[in-house]
Ligand binder design. Structure first.
Ligand code: HEM
Length: 352
């Protein structure tokens, strides 16, 4: 990108037609925000999303997508997110507490052997942060307690997710993805990495079914005017508007999607931020000084105001910019198009 610019055309593997890689913010806005109906998800990405999450917001297109967005929007309003503050802080507190305990326990084991006090401990952060983010999405989204990663459900989920990530990170997983783009039918073959993805979805659905059925039955009977802006109530209202009964099967797809989209994305973003801080101790010290000078636990409103903790705001934004968890998403242009980006213009061709 540094050499070729923010829009480039590249060859694709296995006789697939050329691909236009777009990284310019204005062109991305043109594609994703202004004209989403002209740039649909590829058959492959929809097949993969269906396998991993089911037919929900990430999978839907066109009018269905628009209606679902509107239906779930009240669950993520400014006020609603502010209400999540205590849950997020509690999960962060519990995480810090259990990490401290782990470090102390490991240090005492090591120091006995080496007679060193406070030896450095190497920890794999990813297992830890996921516990906190899963806890938060479980509580705020579905009133479900994952016990800060210690409940049997959370442990099993983490085991399946790790297995799936290991299979996808192999060379076969990499080539498989390229081959599937050219031959989408491969997505339905019993490939190991893909089966693991299904296993994750099936397990999340089994957790969801424990809570969804009874909640639907309870909420179904309730008055429409009740301001219940949790995800399950939003889905029931959406179904009523569409003139149908809320289907547990469809709800489980939404449950799976929010659990997945809200968990690993956030944990991975936190992990990259912490890794980068560890690699840049001077930045870490600057940030610690800013937080210590602040003198109290920042509230949601403090964090939402970019002028309150300026350095924290900059570190967070820079980290999200440098390590975007959704760095790559595929769209297919349904027709030839023309758009402006920065001072130039770009001709967007049909890529499939
Ligand atoms: C640091 C945290 C997060 C990052 C970086 C992130 C990033 C993204 C990106 C890049 C997309 C667009 C994907 C595409 O169009 O191909 C997306 C979509 C989505 N995210 Fe997140 N996300 C984060 C947290 C969350 C959380 C906490 C939730 C839920 C509670 C969530 C739910 C969703 C959903 C439902 C979609 C699909 C939206 C649609 O198709 O209209 N995400 N996210």
């Amino acid at each position: 990108m540094g050499k070729m610019g923010a829009v480039l055309r590249t060859k694709a593997a296995f006789w697939h037609s050329d691909i236009l890689v777009v990284a310019d913010p204005l062109a991305l806005w043109h594609i994703d925000v202004k004209n989403p109906n002209d740039y649909v998800k590829s058959n492959l990405s929809r097949a993969l999303v269906r396998r991993l999450m089911g037919e929900s917001l990430v999978w839907a297109e066109g009018t269905e997508h628009k209606k679902l967005r509107a239906a779930f929007a009240p669950c993520f309003s400014f006020l609603k997110v502010r209400e999540m503050e205590s849950v997020v802080l509690k999960a962060a507190d519990m995480l810090v507490g259990s990490m401290k305990n782990y470090i102390i326990a490991m240090q005492s084991k090591t120091s006995n052997k080496s007679l060193r006090s406070n030896p450095p401990i190497i920890m794999n952060l990813s297992g830890w942060t996921n516990k906190a983010t899963l806890d938060v999405i479980g509580r705020v989204g579905f009133d479900f307690d994952f016990g800060l990663g210690e409940s049997p459900e959370a442990r099993e989920l983490s085991r399946i997710w790790e297995e799936q990530a290991r299979e996808s990170a192999t060379f076969a997983g990499f080539v498989g993805f390229l081959a599937m783009r050219a031959f989408p039918f491969l997505a339905s073959l019993p490939i190991k990495a893909m089966e693991k993805q299904s296993a994750y979805k099936l397990y999340v659905r089994s957790i969801g079914s424990k809570i969804a059925g009874s909640k639907i039955a309870r909420i179904q009977g309730e008055d429409d005017s009740k301001d219940d802006s949790d995800i399950i109530s939003a889905f029931i209202r959406y179904s009523r508007k569409e003139g149908s009964e809320a289907s547990v099967d469809k709800l489980l797809d939404h449950f799976t999607t929010f659990i997945q989209a809200g968990n690993d994305t956030t944990a991975t973003s936190v992990n990259y931020a912490l890794l980068t801080l560890a690699q840049h101790p001077e930045v870490q010290t600057h940030l610690r000084n800013e937080l210590e000078d602040f003198g109290r636990e920042p509230t949601f409103d403090d964090l939402h105001n970019k002028d309150v903790l300026k350095f924290l705001d900059a570190v967070t934004k820079e980290s999200l910019r440098m390590f975007p968890v959704g760095a790559h998403s595929e769209r297919v242009a349904l027709k030839d198009d023309y758009c402006h980006y920065r001072s130039l213009s770009v001709l967007l061709m049909v890529v499939f």
